[in-house]
Design a protein around this ligand. Sequence first.
Ligand code: F6R
Length: 612
Amino acid sequence: MCGIAGYIGKNQASDFLLDALKRLEYRGYDSAGMAVLSEDNALNCIKSVGRINSLEEKIKKTQLNGCLGISHTRWATHGYPTKNNAHPHSDCAGDIFVVHNGIIENYKILKERLIKSGHKFKSDTDTEVIAHLIESHFKDNLEQALLSALKHIEGAYALAVISKNDPGKIVVAKKSSPLVICIGENENFIASDSSAVVGYTNKVIYLNDNELGIITENSHKIISIARNNEIHRNHCNVDLDISEIQKNGHEYFMLKEIFESPEVMKNSTRGRIIPEEGLVKLGGLEVLDQNKLRNINRIILIACGTASFAAMVGEYMLEEYAGIPVEVELGSEFRYRKPIINSKTAVIAVSQSGETADTLASLEEARRKGALTLGIVNVVGSTISRETEAGIYNHVGPEIAVASTKAFISQMTVLALLTVYFGRIKEMSLIMGKRITEEIDKMPCLIEKVLKNDKQIKGLAKKYSKYKNFLFLGRKYNYPIAEEGALKLKEVAYYVHAEGYSSGEMKHGPIAMINENFPSVFIVPNDSVYEKNWSNMEEIKARNGKIIAIATEGDENIKNIADDVIYIPKTLEMLTPILSAVPLHLFSAYMGMELGCDIDKPRNLAKSVTVE
Ligand code: F6R
């Protein structure tokens, strides 16, 4: 949560800083701000409540000139989203400015101490203590002052600091929140992630925890906070294309990303399936001792939110076809439990961003207990991808809409690949391996077919937009999809209440809510639990509930019970969730648009949840 950026070079800093904030806006969007050091060494700061464009309007009127600056887009943790609480925050004199992503856990004690020694605070944020702490340690060198200040700070931070009393540099520090230093020609940048610098440079250095960086126009230096010595690290080249972070004709990123689902399947499976041999090749796992992999007898999938629903689908796949016991754990729960883990347990983190704090902390806990730690991650170079022993990238490009859609499709796809991978190491037959890989190969075309229902789904969103409550129901492989459908609707059509339930559990409670004003969305493909779902639909109908069914093409009978039907093509039961998720993603997006919601940036949310 929160995005930070910094620029030092020959150009106007505000141009990059604004551009970067627009790209990082998915990380938080309740207020924003920028501080720039002018040529005559004046530090000017502008802040604004709301989206980046309101900051942009203010900057246009003010002319924030200067070639060195920092900026921030906020997702409030401490203090309301007001102008005073917006970053950058400064010391008493306004000589030092700080932007921060993370949480300072001991800020209350520090603030009391600083107030007692005469510091004047202007905000309710935890971040402001950093500016005052630096002020209290500052002699003539900003990095030394920051190093001293950090000794008092507990918590998570990605920080960027500038000072008019030590100009010509940006000093940054990282612990548990992401930060990159990006190298240009006679200019350098810092940002929360590399999407901010696409089009400016592709040379990126990922900072590790407990490192401090100093960037000037022509140099960069990394220092270990603990040892105070220099660390030499080469940059990586990130090959992001500018078109990947643009809407390319779509009204919203969310729609663009849903329509990318067929491409997503191709990218996540490219070079990884060998249908003729019924095999899956996962280069990312080749670095591991293959005997260790063969001996894995239990898998724990750790994830949060939408990623946890993909993990649930993965649990069913892996248990049914690879014969390995699997548990799905929410990161926020796992990290505080006493899980039973040994060296034959593989703990796999599933995370689009690779930065989710709860997932990351759980992974660290698992590693301490001796598990093999793996990742299924989309963002290349993200913390989870670096902290795990090995992993599989989703390769779906940047997901910019806050609500995850294409990454969800890819997470299920990669878990299907992993099922064949583990299955074939263990007892899966060649025939079964071929059957699954051939079907995975066909999926992009099948998703294309689902997307052709776009207009019908838009029409249904219009028809049902007057309803305030929805129940999403599914069984077995499609139970997690019911949860996903409900989560997505709540998120992006945020005036609507929705619940996801297993169809079989519905009669144990939720059925009490059903009447003619409470429609149910049933995911009911022609699978092994079709008849069971049918009985549950009868129970809904008997209570005058309306039904929208996601059913298999050719199922004409479904029209006798459902008020509306969206068809998906036939596929293997284990792969049906990949198809059934797509119309539900579209339905949520169109419902949100119908209700006038900003579906890319839902109320109160941020994409990358880097705080507990
Ligand atoms: C929902 C959504 C969230 C994320 C969750 C985990 O649409 O996007 O529920 O799935 O915050 O994020 P990652 O996958 O980045 O760990």
